[in-house]
Design a protein around this ligand. Structure first.
Ligand SMILES: [Zn+2]
Length: 421
């Protein structure tokens, strides 16, 4: 991710409506002020008809990572909301892709979305190691800032709003040199001098600016008293808001017209705070609103197949699989699943986002985005339940404020619509 185009991935699928549920899940308890972890489970866009009312807050703004990080994974939570919002606005504009069948996703910073034709052509190329695919303005902002400061070894970065990555028609490959010819055979141009890892798929539609518009819509939804123009143009007003937006996402995420429900996380409960190296336990209540029964042998896995930084050796089957859910969840019912995670050792506040998948055999039943921000100087095990309401951001609902982080669990489970069939 030190290439010009960094790396990233994510996007989600669906609406992130999980926050509201999160609150429910937490039974009204909120994460404490110092927080450490923010979990985001996201729902699929349009799959969830519940209103999003809860708040996710964190003092870690997008701008706070300008001088402290080199991975766009730190803004994966916000980026997923932006991607989901694009999915709400234009359901067919971006298509999710998965690891496998010749595609390797190299990090949890990758948002696995591309324009439909770009995706099919990439699959046809095969044997590609993807460092970066779709990217949001939050990610592009950081890459450009790092580039301009000579940080992170970034050799090139397009202006925010102008990268083809923001249009889902560019990828950066770790093994680019071996794939130039094959990429060219499938309409992927190796066309940016000085940026060897980068390939453009220029026959796909140019929807640059869509991510800017999605951000503007999200900002306004969360800041009714500080609305900005929803013009899709990245200017000073938009940048000022982006800089102070919470890296882990707004209290209220993407908004789609209600459609069909699929899988949903109706409750999540866990500790307010955890420290590096600490293990945390979460109880998730999942609703199976699909028409397919989920057997007890359904496993919860890391969606991209890469070893998780949250791997808990004591309870997980492996670094890529948490284990079986252990309880059958017939269609139309709910089930409770317990999980443990182990926070990695970090020296600075570090958001970690991972996407989990519910898998039955070879069928993916749904996914959920889990994001945790580990804060080294947090007060481990200290509950902040008492100041529940104080965590709510005074200036509009999202982040920013306060002192410290907290753990936000924003559940969202979501099922991919297409998987349901
Ligand atoms: Zn690139």
């Amino acid at each position: 991710m030190t290439s010009a185009h960094g790396s990233q991935r994510l996007f989600g699928f669906a609406p992130l409506s999980a926050t509201s549920k999160l609150h429910t899940a937490l039974g009204g308890r909120r994460l404490g002020p110092l927080g450490l972890a923010s979990l985001a489970l996201c729902g699929a866009c349009g799959l969830d008809e519940d209103p999003h009312t809860s708040e996710i807050s964190s003092e870690l703004s997008v701008a706070s990572f300008v001088t402290s990080s080199c991975t766009t994974a730190v803004v994966i939570g916000l980026s997923r909301q932006i991607a989901n919002e694009i999915g709400c606005m234009n359901p067919s504009s971006l298509t999710r892709f998965s690891a496998g069948s010749g595609i390797t996703i190299t990090s949890n910073a990758v948002l696995p979305y591309l324009a439909a034709n770009a995706k099919s052509d990439l699959q046809a190329v095969g044997n590609v190691r993807v460092n970066s695919a779709f990217r949001t303005i939050a990610q592009q902002y950081l890459l450009l800032q790092w580039h301009d400061r000579g940080r992170c070894g970034i050799r090139a970065a397009a202006p925010v709003g102008r990268s083809n990555h923001e249009s889902g028609r560019a990828v950066d490959l770790a093994n680019w040199s071996a794939r130039v010819g094959a990429m060219a055979n499938h309409r992927w141009s190796h066309d940016v001098p000085g940026d060897p890892v980068h390939f453009d798929h220029l026959s796909s539609a140019d929807i640059r600016g869509r991510d800017v518009l999605a951000f503007q819509r999200l900002w306004n939804r969360n800041h009714p008293g500080d609305k900005i123009a929803t013009d899709g143009d990245y200017g000073p007003a938009t940048e000022a808001r982006l800089k102070k937006s919470p890296a882990t996402g707004f209290a209220t995420g993407a908004s789609c017209t209600p459609r069909v429900r699929a899988a949903d996380l109706v409750a999540a409960d866990g500790p307010d705070r955890i420290a590096p190296g600490q293990t945390a336990h979460y109880t998730l209540t999942l609703a199976n609103d699909t028409d397919v029964d989920w057997p007890a042998t359904t496993t919860l896995r890391i969606a991209d197949g890469n070893a998780s930084e949250l791997y808990d050796a004591a309870t997980w089957t492996s670094s890529v699989e948490l284990g079986a859910i252990g309880v059958a969840v017939p269609a139309g019912t709910q089930g409770v699943v317990d999980i443990d995670i182990a926070a990695p050792s970090v020296a600075t506040p570090t958001p970690i986002a991972t996407q989990l998948a519910l898998v039955d055999g070879t069928t993916q039943l749904g996914t959920l985005d889990f994001a945790v921000t580990v804060t080294p100087d947090g007060d481990a095990n200290t509950s902040a339940d008492a100041d529940d309401e104080s965590d709510v951001d005074v200036s509009g609902g999202c982040s920013a404020g306060g002192s410290a982080g907290w753990l936000a669990l924003a559940p969202a489970l979501l099922a991919l619509r297409r998987r349901r069939r």
